[in-house]
Structure formats: structure tokens, C-alpha cells
Write a protein that binds this ligand. Structure first.
Ligand code: DCM
Ligand code: MG
Ligand code: MG
Length: 231
């Protein structure tokens, strides 16, 4: 009886605080970016993922040549008009995607099945992912009634980098935490390509490599279960 009460209490604490899992052993990092139809009720047009084992992010490795980096990219027919601005920045238009399948049950199942190949837990990392990419991906999965397994976690690199750069929110002139601006601060040049899903993932991956262990630590501190995202 006592055990039951403790179990219920712990669950309640978890549900009411409902946040970070504080995992300390993410085995696989998946850097993710999506392109979409725009800012109003967007659908996904492109998804890219770079999958890397924890080891490849560690400081001591010859990281850019990590032999174990795997990559996935996929285009989708969004089933609705791509806004002009989105088309301009992503280089994608509806004509190009007309003959492609939508982000349907088969695509979703393929993605989860692909991820299930890698050592667990697996943590998805996207820039501003908490507000943009993850809820939209989750909404798309929900629409096709696809359940995301509990070993898939997520963490937002915007949050991670704010902590790594010790953002001083009291300062009048705020630093930009746009992906390309962080990249420029670290590498003293702008990325050549932006707003193509894989190009953005590459930028994010290089930023994560720059911070190595520290990136891993904070990613783990903020990690939560993907299945618990409420779109
Ligand atoms: N987006 C947009 N207008 C912007 C920036 C982004 O419509 N000024 C939409 C379209 C992009 C999507 O957000 O495909 C994801 O942005 P990002 O390329 O930064 O990942
Ligand atoms: Mg993005
Ligand atoms: Mg992008």
C-alpha cells in the first residue's frame, strides 16, 4: 500500500513538474531541421537529420571526420501552398514537390523505424525546436496516429547555446541566437547556404562540435521525452 502511494506521488510530481528528464547517457544525437510552407499553419516540405554517436561529439575526437556520421534527408509534398517568403528562402516551390508523397503514415513509420536502428536513448536536437520544429513534427505524427517510442528524446539547441554563451538577458543590446549568427561568432564567417534543411543541420552540427562535451552536458540537462510534446 505504501509503495502504491509513493508511486502515485512520484508520478504526480513528474506530471506536475512535467519537464526535463536529466538523462546522463544519450547514446545517439540526431541533429534535425525542417523546412515548411511558411509561418501560417505550416506543413513540412523537407526534413534532414544527421545522426551521430555520442563519441563523435567528444572533444578529443577528430570530429569533422567522424567515420560514424549518418545522414537522412527527405522532401515532401506539403499538400498546401508554400508561402512566397518560404519559397524564396528555401528554394522550394509547389511544382517541384507535386509528384512527391506527403508526410504520410509510410514516411512517418520509415523515419521512426530508421531512428530505431541506433543505440538508445536517442536525442533529437533542433534550433528553436521546442517552439517550432518539434511541435510541428509531433503534430504531423499525431495526424497519422504514429506513436513515438519513449527512447526518443529532444533538446533545443537555442536553449543549450543560450546557456553555453552565458546569455546576459539584462543587457540592453541582446546577442542574436539565430543559427547563422551563432555560427559567425564562432567561425568568423556566415554559412554559405541557409534554409535548406541539410545545410542548417550541418551548421548546427558544427556548432555542437565546437562545444563538444559541454554541449552534451547541457543537452542532457534539458532533454525531455518526444512523446510528451503537446503540439
Ligand atoms: N520561415 C519563414 N520565414 C522566415 C523564416 C522561416 O516562412 N523568415 C519558415 C520557412 C522555413 C521554416 O520556417 O522553411 C524553417 O526555417 P529555418 O530555415 O530557419 O529552419
Ligand atoms: Mg530550422
Ligand atoms: Mg532550416
Amino acid at each position: 500500500m505504501n509503495l502504491v502511494i509513493i508511486f502515485i506521488t512520484l508520478n504526480l510530481i513528474y506530471i506536475t513538474t512535467g519537464k526535463n528528464l536529466k538523462v546522463n547517457s544519450i547514446e545517439t544525437f540526431v541533429f534535425v531541421d525542417i523546412e515548411t510552407t511558411g509561418l501560417r499553419q505550416p506543413n513540412i516540405t523537407e526534413l534532414a537529420m544527421w545522426i551521430t554517436p555520442r563519441n563523435c561529439l567528444l572533444d578529443s575526437q577528430d570530429n569533422m571526420n567522424c567515420r560514424m556520421l549518418n545522414k537522412w534527408t527527405m522532401l515532401f509534398n506539403p499538400g498546401k501552398g508554400i508561402e512566397r517568403k518560404a519559397s524564396e528562402i528555401t528554394g522550394l516551390n509547389n511544382d517541384m514537390l507535386d509528384k512527391y508523397d506527403k508526410f504520410d503514415e509510410r514516411a512517418g513509420t520509415n523515419i521512426i523505424s530508421y531512428l530505431s536502428h541506433y543505440p538508445r536513448p536517442i536525442c533529437l536536437i533542433a534550433h528553436n525546436g521546442k517552439r517550432y520544429d518539434f511541435p510541428l513534427i509531433k503534430k504531423t505524427f499525431d495526424k497519422i496516429q504514429l506513436r513515438v517510442p519513449n527512447y526518443i528524446l529532444y533538446s533545443d539547441s537555442l536553449q543549450i547555446l543560450r546557456e553555453l554563451e552565458n546569455e546576459d538577458i539584462t543587457k540592453a543590446k541582446k546577442k542574436s541566437f539565430k543559427l547563422e549568427d551563432i555560427y559567425e561568432r564562432l567561425f568568423h564567417s556566415k554559412p554559405l547556404v541557409t534554409h535548406a534543411a541539410e545545410a542548417d543541420v550541418e551548421v548546427l552540427y558544427k556548432i555542437a562540435l565546437f562545444y563538444g562535451n559541454d554541449f552534451i552536458d547541457i543537452a542532457e540537462k534539458f532533454a525531455s521525452r518526444f512523446s510528451e510534446i503537446d503540439p
